[in-house]
Design a protein around this ligand. Sequence first.
Ligand code: ATP
Length: 450
Amino acid sequence: MDQMEKLVSLCKRRGFVFPGSDIYGGLANSWDYGPLGAQMKMNIKSDWWKRAVEMRDDMVGLDGAILMNPKVWEASGHVATFNDPLTECKHCHRRYRADESPFAEHWNEKTGFESAEALQCPSCGKSGVFADVSRFNLMFQTHIGSTSESGSQVYLRPETAQAIFVNFKNILNTSRKKLPFGIAQIGKAFRNEITPGNFIFRTLEFEQMEVEYFVEPNDWEQQFEAWNEWMGAWAEHIGLDMSRLHRLEVPAEELAHYSKRTVDFEFDFPFGKKELWGLAYRQDFDLHNHTEHSGEKLEYSDPDDNKRKIVPHVIEPSMGVDRTLLSLLVSAFREEEVDGDVRTVMKFVPHMAPYHVAVLPLMKKDGLSEKAREIFEYLQASFRCEYDESGSVGKRYRRQDEIGTPYCVTVDYDSLSDESVTVRDRDSMQQERISLTNLLDHLRKCMPYV
Ligand code: ATP
């Protein structure tokens, strides 16, 4: 099994991620996050929100609607240009993105395929049977109400960002922030991807954490650098394997039409180096277009000079929750040899781990269980705890290693008389005797960001 297969299997076996609609035979490329995956997504989002919004004076939050007036997507350019080049093997009818491997090197955005005869289908192996490239819009469409007249058609949002631009004026008026300031949002986005896959890397629905940071036009370079650093620092803080993270300065000829500079944060996934997050300088593209399409002036008055009105420029850090989780799983996964056995351990940083502490009575016995339960309830007020008394303690340690719990607190017969417990460290597997009066402090010191 390669690393990815092992991870997918661990995720299912331990309750991080299940195939979607499993009992009905699944739905391709949909995944349901189980108890541990749901908790980790929550950890990612709440840490991001804390650091991007709560701990800053220049940031506020928004929770916009998924369904928006369709004019939003005309103004943003999504109706006209949010599409991928699609080609299809005429033999087996598999569909591919023309701008992705193995077609990308034969494909030119302006002139199409250089020589279609040379193309071989990765699925059925036939050559020269590729349909012409068509553009495929990635937005999911649906209808409001009981009829499907054209007037009732809406889109599921393909990104969270547009709700921020649409609310720019509302937020400016109510929060009274001064430039530079930003608006953050976390929420679901939907894309009818041509080639979804690689587990939770590319799915049809996913969550984004996005910031639109509004700046004076001549201040963009400095603010871009600040967010570039912020994203790197956050990657380190959540325990990403930094040796797998690379910044790609997107070359000028590949920049989206609205962007003057984009840095892609790429990550070495087991299936290759791929985009994890993006950081883009979008100039005044969005505010300008929404002003034009809505007739509402989306501008900012200089508080020191009321006559000076400007359309702020925008720096956009855009980060996927699901891809972040996948990169954490990849970063944490280890197989270590211990006494001739392989131990699988997820070395999450404590603040990202599903549980901080597992409380385990040495055996399921009267006296021990009650004491352990008491300690569990006491620790629960400060940490995410799991209580487990089934099976041998060795097996329970292995399980906690596999789900990445940094500390196990074991209650044994001595605990009943000496008011102490054994604290086992996931990474070193060292055990230390700690008195109950010091337990909380000890665990707090071990897990500073919890
Ligand atoms: P890609 O080139 O991989 O399709 P993108 O450049 O279209 O990504 P953006 O539009 O910049 O992606 O979206 C911002 C972030 O949202 C991405 O960096 C990624 O983390 C996440 N994301 C985008 N599409 C998906 C998807 N289909 N599944 C999961 N996450 C996604």
